[in-house]
Design a protein around this ligand. Structure first.
Ligand code: ADP
Ligand code: F6P
Length: 323
């Protein structure tokens, strides 16, 4: 067993539904094992600015069902400098924090690596709606975000169908098309455009719509990942080329909010618990992950070197059913 006495927990990068459930699990597991827990506010900023609070059993009451993060989050440029990292380290020493649990994405795990070099033991928990942490089959927040985008597309379909229009929907994912592809399959989209795959608007969208028009289809849904962008521009081109009245909708940050689904609460709780248990076992500088329905962990360096692709079978299926 390790000599860790005090664990700090923070959320970093974009918030994701289920982060609160993960915080709760970290706090309750630490207390269960007789460890102290401190909450660090506003991501790595909280370490630089000494914004640290004591956490007890009750400080995480009534949050498991809430979206967002009770610890607030941030993208903290100062933490990318040696000066910022030194200040953060000094705050850890001041509060007796021997270990940090960081809930966030790849960038946040790079932050872990930086402070680990100074001697703070770290565990990363994958929390991002994008599902783009390579070492993990799943990231906290993805299911809730996906359910939101699917519900929003259902609504868009109602109006597109009524007006016999085409709806071009932009979903989140600057670098990742997981939300886009799954939304497209689950909503029966005509086409999906993602940053990971080259596309040709004429071949992949316009000709497909023309083909479907000939067999009587009258309303269309095109899903575009944020990383591809320009939903408005694409809508104009589609309207001009097909003659179908077309509207663009950018779903934006609605996808990041809302009460976490059962999947997000469950995975977040399992991962939060695992993070503390790893530290207790003397295993640190690791990222917790879901692998084939098991909670596992990888060294941060190994985790960051991994790559994750969009499952080609998902793309194949999306192609077949989009007619
Ligand atoms: P995510 O964790 O969702 O990928 P970001 O890439 O914005 O989000 O990273 C979150 C934060 O992690 C950054 O604002 C910064 O504070 C910290 N971070 C990112 N990269 C590094 C790095 N190379 N070194 C130190 N800290 C980093
Ligand atoms: O958290 C991931 C994510 O939602 C991406 O899908 C998106 O590109 C980005 O964050 C947007 O971040 P923000 O608007 O908070 O800067």
């Amino acid at each position: 067993m390790s000599e860790i006495k005090t664990i700090g927990v923070l959320t970093s990068g974009g918030d994701a539904p289920g982060m609160n459930a993960a915080i709760r699990a970290v706090v309750r597991t630490a207390l269960y094992y007789g460890l102290n827990v401190k909450g660090i506010l506003h991501g790595y900023n909280g370490l630089i600015e000494d914004n640290v609070i004591d956490m007890d059993l009750r400080s995480v009451s009534n949050i498991i069902q809430r979206g967002g993060t009770m610890l607030f989050t941030a993208r903290c440029k100062a933490f990318q400098t040696e000066e910022g990292q030194q200040k953060a380290y000094e705050t850890c020493v001041k509060h007796g924090i021997d270990a940090l649990v960081v809930i966030g994405g790849d960038g946040s795990f790079r932050g872990c690596q930086a402070i680990a070099k100074k001697g703070i033991k770290c565990i990363g928990i994958p929390g991002t709606i994008d599902n783009d942490i390579a070492c993990s089959d799943y990231t906290i927040g993805y299911d809730t975000a996906l359910n939101t985008s699917i519900q929003m597309c259902d609504r868009l379909r109602d109006t597109a169908r009524s007006h016999e229009r085409c709806s071009v929907v932009e979903v989140m994912g600057r670098h990742a098309g997981h939300i886009a592809v799954s939304t497209a399959i689950a909503n029966g989209a005509m086409a999906v455009l993602i940053p990971e795959k080259e596309f040709d608007l004429e071949r992949d969208v316009i000709n497909q719509i023309k083909k479907s028009l000939k067999i009587g289809k009258k309303n269309f849904l095109i899903v575009v990942a944020e990383g591809v962008g320009d939903a408005e521009g694409i809508a104009k081109i589609v309207q001009f080329a097909t003659g179908i009245e077309t509207r663009a909708t950018i779903l934006g940050h609605v996808q990041r909010g809302g009460s976490p689904t059962s999947r997000d609460r469950l995975i977040a709780t399992l991962m939060g618990c695992k993070a503390v248990e790893l530290l207790r076992e003397g295993q640190y500088n690791r990222v917790v992950a879901l692998h084939e329905y098991h909670i596992v962990s990888y060294e941060i360096e190994e985790a960051l070197a991994m790559t994750k692709e969009i499952d080609p079978y998902f793309l194949h299926v999306a192609d077949i059913v989009s007619i």
